[in-house]
Design a protein around this ligand. Structure first.
Ligand SMILES: [Zn+2]
Length: 109
């Protein structure tokens, strides 16, 4: 069972209280971008076996979006944080590195 803490209202709940919104930290491409950039934004998503950063919405609570860092194999949650960030907070990256030595993904390490 996946247990998440909403960083917006502080409520802890199981995943049925939340709704997944897919991969977090996507670089968005809009008008004026190339077809390849827009295609990549729409269709090319990572699906790692291990550490993953996701968007979640607290649908049966405050209704706000946030980000979660978790392991897709063990369902271990490394932390949740505001959706208004460009990358995970350093404390969450440090926690992941401590538990998954050698881990890296994109520019985060
Ligand atoms: Zn909430």
């Amino acid at each position: 069972m996946l247990i998440l803490d909403c960083p917006c209202c502080g409520v802890r709940g199981e995943e049925t209280e939340f709704h997944s919104g897919g991969e977090a930290h996507l670089k968005r491409f809009g008008p004026g971008s190339s077809d390849d950039e827009f295609h990549g934004y729409l269709f090319e998503k990572v699906n790692p076996k291990g550490v993953h950063f996701e968007r979640w919405r607290h649908v049966n609570g405050c209704g706000k979006w946030f980000h979660a860092a978790r392991c897709t194999m063990t369902l271990e949650v490394f932390g949740t944080y505001s959706a208004q960030t460009l990358e995970p907070p350093q404390e969450i990256k440090d926690k992941i590195t401590a538990k998954r030595p050698g881990w890296s993904w994109r520019e985060f390490s």
